[in-house]
Ligand binder design. Structure first.
Ligand SMILES: O=C(O)CCC(=O)C(=O)O
Ligand SMILES: [Fe+2]
Length: 497
């Protein structure tokens, strides 16, 4: 038996020739590395690249049970010329500080049950690699965090599905272990469907008598692109899912132009105060990254066609375009919220196969979460009435969002932001009564400051923060909000962008 396993190797771009692919003896189990590629774990491999750990890890031993539930990781230290095989959880969470990782596929010979990889307790050599920009390998960041969360049963089940038994000698590539999920044409079964990554999610909308996750589906054309549109309702909010609006070729181009992790913004998010980990391609209609914009243009044009056709907004423009990442050890979720900053939001799934969980919808704040069965390249289109959030239970997730609104409103956003900043005399990020008076004057809003304060001060602290201020000003341009019975609401980045 040969077992195909994903492995992450901390590495540096250009080091694809670490050695010829060859077999190593790990605890009596023969393995060699198949295809490998460099980049964030979800990027594509160049087909011809290969990586081999020159000094193979020796931590594996024979054992029963758990083996088939584990993914193995090969941590290669360029400076130490070492390679360590590790259990799934631990290195993954620590690999986050690498500028990129090698993702490889190991071919094991022998029965999978015989493969168990132990954690190394040795301190005198790098147990994993925190690769520095100069190519050296620092262990400090890895050693800091030694806590390992207990493995949940669902993790094990999911991990099992990422391992594929293939015939001996087969040259099958990384399909099962990396992001290349073959497009699933089948409609999920009634009542229960698989979310991205294979997590079982009970369908909770109840909006469809047949228990499907969508209400209707139809073939749709947008320019030269043809695909399937699914629609549904969560609470009172409608959504559309455009399957494959971002074709694989374009998605790959976007991935190849992804900025370095360090180029992402890490400002506190207005929803939860945690680092946003987002990268703006457009901010208030201002282009900030031309190469990505070029790669995103065809899909953006398709999305805009759909939006103009369905949302009655002739003057709509892409006001914000941003990539968000949810990496292990970084951000794991985005609390339920409504996109107050957009008339229409379009969210593209960039790597559906790499994680469990993902984008969910809620009918209201106490309703259960409904995870849409998104595939890579799918786009969800919705308005500000849709309560939604993100929860990633395993793996790394990437998304690309467009926040679309009439051009005038987009400009208004910039104006309001400037007015807010100028009115905020003590720069504490919120406006008291007298600062609100200045804000109203500067923005030329046709309402008294006290009324604005009363209407907008959602948390009752006597101040208007940016989110509250913009919300009341924008509200007129938004569809009716779903009733919220919880204070956990928020809107993204309005105050942080
Ligand atoms: O990452 C996602 O899928 C959605 C992000 C989101 O809801 C937002 O940025 O407003
Ligand atoms: Fe959102």
């Amino acid at each position: 038996l040969t077992l195909e396993v994903a492995a992450l190797v901390c590495g540096e771009q250009g080091e694809s020739e670490l050695g010829d692919p060859r077999e190593e003896d790990v605890g009596g189990v023969r393995w060699h590395i198949g295809k490998a590629r460099f980049g964030p774990p979800w990027l594509d491999f160049p087909a011809d690249s290969a990586v081999t750990c020159a000094s193979g890890a020796r931590r594996a031993k024979s054992s029963g049970e758990a083996a088939t539930h584990q993914r193995l990781y090969l941590n290669y230290s360029p400076s130490e010329k070492r390679c360590v095989v590790k259990l799934e959880d631990r290195p993954r969470s620590k690999l986050r500080s690498c500028p990129g990782v090698w993702t490889a596929v190991l071919h094991f010979e022998g029965s999978p049950e015989e493969v168990v990889v132990e954690e190394s307790e040795q301190k005198d050599r790098p147990s994993a690699c925190d690769l520095q920009t100069d190519g050296t390998c620092s262990t400090a960041a890895f050693e800091q965090s030694t806590a390992q969360r207990p493995r949940a049963t669902t993790d094990k089940i999911t991990a099992t599905t990422t391992m594929t038994s293939i015939a001996p000698g087969s040259t099958t590539s990384a399909s099962a272990a990396t992001s290349h999920r073959p497009a699933d044409k089948s409609v999920p079964s009634p009542a229960v469907h698989s979310s991205p990554g294979g997590l079982q999610v009970t369908q909770t909308t109840g909006s469809d008598p047949q228990g499907r996750w969508f209400l209707n589906s139809e073939a749709i054309r947008l320019g030269r692109w043809g695909g399937t549109r699914f629609d549904g309702v969560e609470g009172k909010a409608k959504w559309n899912l455009l399957r494959g609006l971002l074709p694989s070729k374009e998605e790959k181009l976007i991935r190849s132009r992804m900025p370095a992790l360090s180029d992402f913004e890490a400002k506190p998010d207005s929803i939860d105060g945690n680092a946003t980990h987002e990268f703006y391609v457009y901010k208030a209609a201002k282009l900030l990254h031309a190469p990505l914009e070029e790669a995103m243009r065809p899909a953006t044009e398709r999305a805009m066609r759909f939006v103009r056709r369905n949302y009655n907004c002739e003057t709509c423009v892409v006001c914000f375009s941003l990539i968000r990442r949810y990496l292990e050890g970084e951000r794991r979720d985005l609390k339920p919220h409504q996109d107050m900053q957009a008339l229409v939001s379009v969210v593209f799934a960039l790597n559906a196969g790499d994680f469990d969980g993902g984008l969910y919808l809620m009918a209201n704040y106490s309703a259960p979460k409904t995870f849409l069965p998104l595939q890579t390249g799918d786009a969800v289109v919705h308005q500000a009435d849709l309560l939604h959030g993100v929860e990633v239970r395993r793996g790394n997730r990437w998304s690309w969002s467009l926040w679309i609104k009439p051009e005038a409103d987009c400009k208004l956003f910039v104006t309001l932001k400037k007015c807010f900043t100028r009115a905020d005399a003590n720069s504490d990020g919120r406006l008291d009564a007298s600062e609100t008076t200045i804000f109203v004057q500067l923005a030329g809003i046709d309402v008294s400051a006290s009324k604005l304060l009363r209407a907008g001060d959602a948390d009752g602290d006597g101040h208007l923060d940016a989110y509250e201020a913009f919300t009341v000003v924008f509200k007129a341009t938004l569809p009716a909000m779903a009733a919220a019975d919880d204070t956990g609401s928020g809107s993204d980045t309005v105050s942080s962008s």
